[in-house]
Ligand binder design. Structure first.
Ligand SMILES: Cc1cc2nc3c(=O)[nH]c(=O)nc-3n(C[C@H](O)[C@H](O)[C@H](O)COP(=O)(O)OP(=O)(O)OC[C@H]3O[C@@H](n4cnc5c(N)ncnc54)[C@H](O)[C@@H]3O)c2cc1C
Length: 431
């Protein structure tokens, strides 16, 4: 029997899955490889971090996604190298997979921009594990402060969120809601109202990709909800209980969430091809690697040229549309047809600021804010969430949170308590 053309897709994020799903009835064999056996819906990670959703709600089994397609299989493995001349993808399990066409969609990793202490002491928000770690750390600080009240003055309940893009804005708003509606009632002996949630942004406004009006609205809403917004200042150094800013001031905070940026996954550098300064792979109009028409790079990892010639933003739509585009190019090539350039359709952008407030900007220039923007945000996220079961669970969780102001997902197992590591008493003892 003739061997089918084999397409290997690295990464089951938005881009990789869009490519694999669009090839399900094509005359090819598709192998999806991902380090995790689940797809992560990153836009809702902040809700896992702030106890609004369960980790399972934003993760979906990749095997469950591909099992309906007879030509598609999944391998859980980390790709540790790609050999373009041998057409081989090397896996951490010790074996290699050979491809006829390769689609690389490995996304990004958190980027600390060389700021001291971020890697050791700040929490990233890129994975389900990251989100659960933030939530447990916050709860642990509250539990510790009840037995050691001096911790409150040391900043145990304070949080610094670095980065005023959509993730930082959503995170700061979400933490403040968790404090005001849930933890204040859970911990009646603690001065939760005086806890500080500080959002630090280097630029002179929040949400820089959005219009000035949306930025102003986000800042005002957050400030009205008691989030402190510091603009035009960056984080200089992070310590376990202090954050030092570039203006020479410091904030006592036992929790720092790093939402200041991402960089291309280091796998890009192993390809040995041209990269942008931020590590993204330079691709042709059809999204293949120059000189390697059988290798496509999509999503956050690719510097896909937008209509203005600049790389497209690292958000879900370019990844999804890029995945569909490369699937269609693979089909065209198999039919002996010429490939086409990728045309990105900008659908606009949105960010939620918290309960009943979000900013939505359509590509047409129309803007929605407040409750309408928020409902649009909720609906769109439900539509793009993977799996009917997850949609139902998320919807039920949202309805519950909205109606009761409660958040059910705030467990802290003994094994995740940080004990006296950040204890004032123990640090005094060791001083
Ligand atoms: C907290 C957060 C909130 C966001 N909110 C929004 C939002 O509201 N709207 C929006 O449009 N975008 C949002 N984004 C951005 C959006 O999630 C990304 O642009 C999108 O996920 C990019 O898709 P991708 O397929 O390129 O990569 P990803 O979705 O990141 O997928 C990459 C996949 O590759 C796998 N992988 C990585 N390295 C390897 C390896 N070596 N071997 C095997 N597998 C590997 C990973 O496990 C992952 O499954 C958000 C991102 C974050 C982090």
């Amino acid at each position: 029997m003739e061997r089918k053309h084999r397409v290997v897709v690295i990464g089951a994020g938005f881009g990789g899955l869009a490519a694999a799903k669009s090839l399900r009835d094509a005359p090819v064999e598709v192998i999806v490889v991902d380090a995790n056996n689940f797809h992560t819906f990153q836009p809702l990670l902040y809700q896992v971090a702030t106890a609004g959703l369960e980790a399972d709600n934003v993760a979906y089994s990749i095997r469950g996604i591909v099992r309906g397609a007879r030509n598609t299989s999944f391998r859980q493995a980390r790709v540790i190298g790609i050999d373009l001349s041998e057409h081989a993808v090397h896996l951490d399990r010790g074996d290699s997979i050979f491809y006829d066409t390769l689609v690389v969609a490995a996304g990004t990793v958190s980027h600390d921009f060389g700021v001291t202490g971020v890697e050791q002491h700040a929490f990233a928000l890129k994975s389900v594990e990251d989100a659960v770690a933030v939530r447990m750390h916050l709860l642990d600080r509250f539990e510790s402060a009840t037995v050691e009240p001096e911790l409150v003055g040391d900043g145990a309940l304070n949080v610094v969120v670095a980065g005023g893009g959509p993730t930082g804005v959503e995170m700061a708003g979400g933490i403040m809601e968790l404090y005001a509606h849930v933890l204040e009632r859970d911990f009646p002996t603690l001065p939760v109202r005086s806890a500080r949630v500080v959002l630090v942004e280097m630029a002179d406004r929040l949400l820089t990709p959005f219009t000035e009006q949306s930025s102003t609205r986000a800042r005002r809403t957050l400030e009205r909800r008691s989030v402190e917004v510091l603009l035009g200042v960056g984080v200089d150094r992070v310590e376990p209980t202090r954050v030092y800013l570039t203006d020479g001031t410091s904030i006592r905070a036992h929790t720092t969430v790093w939402a200041a940026g991402v960089r291309a996954h280091p796998l890009a550098a192993t390809l040995g091809v041209e990269l942008t300064p931020s590590g993204r792979v330079v691709v042709t109009d059809e999204l293949s690697v120059p000189g390697h028409p059988d290798v496509f790079v999509i999503g956050d990892l690719a510097a896909s040229p937008g209509p203005d010639g600049k790389p497209l933003p690292q958000v879900a739509q370019p990844a999804i549309q890029g995945g569909k585009h490369v699937a269609s190019q693979i089909r065209r090539r198999l039919r002996g047809e010429a490939t086409e350039s990728f045309r990105y359709r900008d659908k606009g952008q949105m960010a939620t600021i918290g309960r009943r407030d979000a900013v939505t900007e359509l590509a047409s220039g129309r803007r929605f804010a407040g409750t309408i923007g928020w409902v649009a945000w909720l609906a769109l996220h439900l539509v793009y969430l993977m799996g009917f079961r997850n949609r139902v669970h998320v919807f039920v969780n949202w309805a519950w949170n909205y109606l009761t102001y409660d958040r059910g997902n705030r467990i802290l197992p003994e094994s995740r308590r940080r004990g006296s590591e950040l204890s004032v008493r123990s640090s005094r003892r060791s001083a």
